[in-house]
Design a protein around this ligand. Structure first.
Ligand SMILES: Nc1ncnc2c1ncn2[C@@H]1O[C@H](COP(=O)(O)OP(=O)(O)OP(=O)(O)O)[C@@H](O)[C@H]1O
Length: 554
């Protein structure tokens, strides 16, 4: 077998009339400027460029005629007449270049050689290497929500994404959705999934949610899995999902790529990245309700969503207004939370390190908890507090949040649970107990600061595999009687849920499930390890040394 470092080609080629030694092996394309004086100069810009073959987008041949050169796409590009009038051939390599804040751009470099046959060898060698990368998608199914965010989805796709796919030789079948849940329903029944290597959604988090609901549902039906049974082992989806951000909330894209930029996302799709991701299933009384990949929030975040839905006409400003209103209203809710802690797994919610590209915690826990591995058995149902590993907490809560990822977004760069992982098979259960408005404000402000979010006496956090919530009014009569003896005042909240005009705290809130309101408050949530895969690689650590002087980048 060929070793990755074996040299495939080494030639002297020209870049902008300067001589370069250019080499290609199975993993790297390198071009290094020939210097007349070998004396080391500390301030001379770097003269060597390395591009991993995995990050080459495409290579195209340029043909010269009478001092001009014709691109393969038929357009003409003026070139300086070569001295002596010798006929030269050139080819252009397009590759990924990293910019600031995890943005990727498409850069290109044109190599010129005097020998046409040599030029051909270079082009076909690079193409051979690209073709041997099995993870790159060739056929994609694309859904565009034309009404997401600022209604720019179609334009963003056509102007920024489609040309890149065409250059990289990726063919697409594009469906512009005509109504809500069009993409979900098409994936469930109509789509011929065998024809594709991946599904791309152009839109926001709501659109992504449609895609995963369609894809996971279809995978379970094809695999004979009963989604209504919360104890079923779900079948992982084989098709990867790409997100081209074009919504008003693009948190999933931000959390998995590190930026909300359509070009960056398109390049991650083209190079065939793969980022596994956990999905939580939400059930009520043995009936499937929804999937969640980011935030399940009861109390504060549920109320903000419910209120903001009534203010849709305001646009994204509605979230600020509803947030302020719900903060001032300061409702708290009673109930029982039972949870199954993650045992034997790496990482805790209070770790200083965060989930990054190639995360060791996700890799370790992924092997331990994978849906197919079944090495980790979930304990029996929590019928009584002492059974199995289940733990139970009762109380009055301002917020109950389950974060399956950090939930970082441009507004809250660290997110609700900064150390949560994308693919470790767990969710971070955050309980914010009843406290003063001032304390709750301190808690909320920590989403935007560097301070430890959980270092507050009224906040507790648990990394869990599964949890259940029962609001107080759903508890058994005997539970209620016991509670009423403890605090007679509670009976009014029970009455007040039917009489909101009296102004007392309502008895129950709603769950905000990735931006959708759930119809039931009593839910059973289970994390499914690495159920889906995205065309992403997680957030990359910034390079130790960045070559900012690359003269070939455009
Ligand atoms: N053609 C369509 N017409 C109306 N609604 C659609 C259409 N296609 C998709 N939708 C729905 O629009 C909703 C919002 O879409 P998306 O997430 O792309 O944008 P968004 O601006 O981020 O939305 P929001 O912030 O309101 O969640 C999704 O829940 C999706 O089901």
């Amino acid at each position: 077998m060929e070793r990755p470092g074996r040299l495939l080609l080494l030639s002297e080629l020209r870049v902008r009339n300067a001589a370069y030694d250019v080499s290609l092996n199975r993993s790297l394309l390198t071009w290094k400027k020939r210097v007349s004086s070998p004396v080391y100069h500390p301030f001379r810009p770097s003269l060597s460029h390395n591009v991993p073959v995995s990050e080459i987008i495409s290579v195209r041949e340029e043909e010269e005629e009478n001092g001009s050169r014709q691109k393969e796409d038929g357009s003409w590009k003026k070139m300086k007449e070569q001295e002596g009038g010798d006929c030269r051939q050139s080819f252009t390599v397009m590759y990924v270049e990293r910019g600031r804040q995890h943005r990727w751009r498409c850069a290109e470099v044109t190599f010129t050689c005097s020998d046409g046959a040599l030029c051909q060898r270079w082009v076909s060698s690079i193409r051979e290497q690209l073709a041997s990368i099995g993870s790159r998608p060739k056929h994609l199914l694309v859904y565009i929500n034309p009404f997401g965010g600022k209604r720019q989805g179609k334009r963003v796709y056509e102007q920024k994404v489609a040309p890149l796919f065409a250059q990289a030789g990726v063919s697409t079948h594009v469906i512009v959705t005509e109504y809500a849940n069009h993409a979900r329903d098409h994936l469930r029944t109509g789509a011929e999934l065998k024809k594709y290597d991946g599904v791309v959604c152009v839109g926001g988090d709501g659109m992504f949610s449609e895609i995963i609901h369609g894809l996971i549902w279809r995978t379970q039906v094809d695999g004979g899995v009963d989604l209504n049974c919360p104890d079923e082992t779900l079948s992982p989806c084989s098709l990867r999902i790409g997100i081209i951000p074009a919504g008003s909330t693009d948190c999933i894209c931000f959390a998995t790529v590190g930026t909300n930029d359509p070009v960056t996302s398109a390049l991650h799709i083209i190079v065939g990245d793969s980022q596994p991701m956990d999905v939580c299933s939400v059930h009520h009384n043995n009936a499937f309700l929804r999937f969640s990949v980011s935030l399940l929030g009861y109390g504060f975040y549920g109320d903000v969503l419910t209120d903001s839905e009534r203010k849709r006409w305001m646009g994204p400003a509605r979230y600020d207004l509803s947030g302020l209103k719900m903060f001032l209203t300061h409702h708290y809710y009673e109930g029982t939370v039972s949870y199954l802690p993650a045992r034997g797994t790496m990482g805790t919610p209070r770790d200083a390190s965060t989930c990054r590209s190639g995360c060791a915690v996700c890799q370790h826990n992924g092997q331990l908890l994978s849906e197919k591995g079944e090495k980790y058995e979930l304990s029996d149902a929590p019928d009584c507090e002492s059974e199995g590993e289940w733990r139970t907490v009762r109380g009055k809560f301002l917020a109950i949040n389950a974060a399956s990822m950090s939930c970082a977004c441009p507004r809250s760069p660290k997110g609700l649970s900064p150390a949560a992982h994308l693919a470790d098979g767990t969710t971070d259960l955050i309980l914010v107990r009843k406290c003063s408005r001032f304390d709750f404000l301190r808690h909320l402000l920590r989403h935007t600061s560097k301070d430890d979010q959980f270092d507050l006496t009224f906040v507790e956090v648990h990394r869990v595999r599964r949890f259940r919530f029962t609001p107080r009014y759903c508890q058994s009569d005997s539970d209620l009687e016991l509670d009423l003896q403890e605090n007679k005042h509670q009976i009014f909240s029970q009455i007040c849920r039917d009489h909101p005009a009296c102004g007392c705290t309502p008895a129950y809130s709603s769950w905000n499930c990735d931006g959708e309101i759930l119809t039931h408050a009593a839910i059973d949530v289970r994390a499914h390890c690495q159920l889906i895969k995205l065309f992403a690689r997680g957030i990359e650590e910034p390079p130790v040394f960045e070559d900012l002087t690359n003269p070939c980048a455009i």
